[in-house]
Design a protein around this ligand. Structure first.
Ligand code: CO
Length: 198
């Protein structure tokens, strides 16, 4: 089963070795990425491809609607490993316009477990309702909510104890908020980068 995927895999590995004979040997010995990507699970937002990075260059955490919930053990484990062990220099929280998770958070329909996962986005909508409800176009309103969610999650990362401790010991670390556009493949920097506790 899935023979086409296995064939793709063999072709991919062969092509990697053709351009760099030691590629896998090198990766096997060490992983030293400079970046942690926290993004959405959406299949249209492939982290490495978007920023043109090879295996070994990007540490990746993805979940529905690119969340960084301060009590989520999965996200926290990734964050601590990235900051304390890999000592990444940059963390990018990357949302995307047209995010189904962000949309599902506020469309009023019941879906089950994911409603709990997306609860912080519903709260965020309430907090920012004056700004959001001033936007008459529904798609534009959701796109703004995608941006606001990135900023909120990016603040969760920057205010986390692991990141605060890294800054306190003088470690160089920047936390960025980006939004990716499915329409043109481009990333927009929301210019909310945090480089220290201030
Ligand atoms: Co999404």
């Amino acid at each position: 089963m899935l023979d086409h995927l296995k064939a793709n895999n063999r072709a991919w590995a062969k092509q990697k070795i053709a351009t760099d004979a030691n590629f896998f040997n090198r990766l096997e010995r060490q992983q030293a990425p400079e970046y942690l990507w926290i993004g959405c699970s959406d299949s249209r937002v492939p982290a490495n491809d978007i920023v043109g990075l090879d295996p070994g260059e990007l540490f990746v955490h993805r979940n529905v609607a690119n969340m960084a919930p301060p009590q989520d053990a999965n996200y926290l484990s990734v964050l601590q490993f990235a900051v304390d062990v890999l000592k990444v220099k940059h963390i990018m929280v990357v949302g995307h316009y047209g995010c189904g998770g962000v949309s599902a958070a506020v469309d009023g329909k019941r879906r089950g477990l994911v409603d709990h996962w997306l609860h912080p986005i519903r709260e965020l909508y309430r907090e920012c309702s004056a700004e959001l409800e001033a936007i008459s176009d529904g798609h534009a309103r959701l796109d703004r909510l995608c941006e606001l969610n990135v900023i909120r999650q990016m603040r969760n990362v920057a205010s986390d104890v692991f990141v605060q401790e890294a800054w306190a010991r003088g470690q160089s670390l920047c936390v960025h908020g980006w939004v990716y556009s499915l329409a043109n493949g481009l990333v927009k920097d929301l210019n909310v980068t945090a480089t220290g506790p201030e």
